[in-house]
Design a protein around this ligand. Structure first.
Ligand code: EPZ
Length: 418
């Protein structure tokens, strides 16, 4: 089992380049199933979730691999398999949007219910209700979902009870080759949705309104290949700002998109950090002393994102005053608080609320990641702690972060992977 060993107390400096967005790359890779021709994806992060998506594509009979450092080549000339094995489904919760893509291309698909994960139960009731409205028959037996659209997928008017990111993406993937027009009301507005829509449009799809609450997709007969560059990862960017805020120092973050991150940058400014941004760069100085921020409420986009909750909490553990977090999106997304308390943080969790009383210092400790962003939060806290921290279960972190220790050590952190 690999571990990260971090000796805290070193300020960060220099420039950090941000990787392509995991949560754009994954639905875009699923979209390649809909195209009979080659898709070349630039700025594709080398993270384990992307490799898992490549394994699913290969299992389906498609070709998928990295041509060079961050350029992936995907070819779905023929889809020879329409079921996704349980083992592959369990590897990654977000494999559920392969359902929409395989149905869109072949009219049938068999998957198992995606594994729950450390954020709580991860139901897909909204995905299934939407697909049924598009003419899909779904038989559920022993956790296996047998989906068929006997007469092909039909466009439908779908209103989401909650602007679910995955559901919005799944409907888009199922709708681009469907017969007729699909309208999604109360659609998710996250920037990754617009990135997926842009890729699909580059392949010949007819989509309008992505990024707003109402998306209209007019079915077309066929999609062609294209060459596309994935948007920057706003949560990875938030993570490195958190590391700089925790460790202290000044950094320049490049190849990012500050316009996707206004709610996140505002929290760092409320803490007392100095944030100047251009179109694709952020000039960031850690504030000292850091001030508490309250409340920090996680919301759907453009509100403060749930994925940035843990990394912001890691910084506020040492702020002057008390910060209150309200986690409105997932049921169980405070698992990192126990580990932060082992480092000397003072956090009380009550339901969906976490009360973080700032302490003067954190101490290095043996800590354990239990999910992707919680693990990233532990890295940020360890950079500011006195002494040595040992973080285990870092495979969670590797799901979404490319070379985290290389990037942080090049910015001055004392961090190694063993
Ligand atoms: C996407 O997950 C992201 N994953 C998550 O990022 C992110 O936290 C989340 O959106 C919210 O922004 C990917 O894009 C691969 P949802 P998703 O559907 O699609 C409930 C990370 O760290 N729900 O918007 O699963 C659900 O249980 C990951 O990169 C239903 O009840 O998010 C959750 O409470 C973590 N029924 C809420 O909605 C459904 O059918 C938000 O889920 C679907 C969702």
């Amino acid at each position: 089992m690999q571990k990260l060993i971090i000796n805290g107390g070193k300020k960060l400096s220099g420039e950090i380049r941000i990787q392509g967005a995991k949560n754009a790359a994954l639905p875009i890779m699923a979209a390649s199933v809909l195209c009979g021709e080659e898709i070349i994806l630039h700025n594709c992060p080398r993270i384990s979730d992307v490799y898992a998506a490549m394994r699913i594509l290969t299992y389906l009979g498609c070709k998928a691999g990295f041509a060079e450092k961050n350029t992936a080549v995907l070819r779905a000339e023929n889809v020879t398999e329409t079921s996704i094995s349980d083992e592959l489904m369990r590897e990654m919760r977000s494999s559920v949007f392969f359902l929409g893509a395989v149905l869109g291309r072949t009219g049938k698909c068999r998957i198992t219910l995606p594994g729950g994960c450390d954020l709580g139960p991860r139901p897909i009731d909204m995905h299934l209700a939407a697909l049924r409205r598009m003419g899909v028959t779904i038989k559920e037996e022993y956790g296996v979902l047998d989906c068929t659209a006997e007469n092909g997928l039909k466009g439908a008017n779908i209103t989401l009870s909650f602007p679910s990111v995955g559901t919005t993406e799944n409907i888009m993937l199922a709708a681009v080759l469907a017969e007729g027009t699909t309208v999604i009301q109360n659609a998710a507005r996250e920037p990754e949705i617009a990135d997926l829509a842009e890729l699909l449009t580059s392949c010949g799809a007819k989509i309008s309104g992505a990024g707003c609450g109402r998306i209209v997709i007019k079915g077309v007969k066929k999609l062609h290949g294209c060459e596309y560059s994935i948007m920057p990862d706003r949560i990875v960017c938030a993570t490195y700002l958190s590391c700089a805020a925790s460790a202290g120092g000044d950094i320049v973050v490049s190849d990012c998109r500050p316009s996707d991150m206004e709610s996140i940058l505002s929290i760092f400014e409320q803490m007392g950090c100095i944030v100047h941004s251009s179109a694709d760069k952020i000039y960031f100085s850690a504030g000292r002393p850091l001030k508490a921020v309250s409340p920090v409420r996680t919301m759907v986009y453009p509100g403060f994102p749930t994925d940035a909750q843990a990394v912001v909490m890691a910084v506020l553990c040492r702020a002057k005053g008390t910060s209150v977090f309200v986690e409105n999106i997932f049921e169980n997304r405070f698992k990192h608080t126990g580990e932060l308390c082992r480092m000397g943080a003072d956090i009380l969790v009550e339901g969906k609320t976490a009360v973080v009383k700032g302490v003067d210092r954190l101490y290095g400790a043996k800590i354990c990641a239990s999910d992707l962003r919680g693990g990233a939060g532990l890295v940020s806290a360890a950079l500011s702690a006195e002494g040595t921290s040992e973080i285990s279960n870092i495979h969670y972190i590797d799901r979404g972060y490319e070379e985290i220790e290389t990037i942080l050590s090049s910015a001055g952190a004392d961090i190694i992977r063993v």
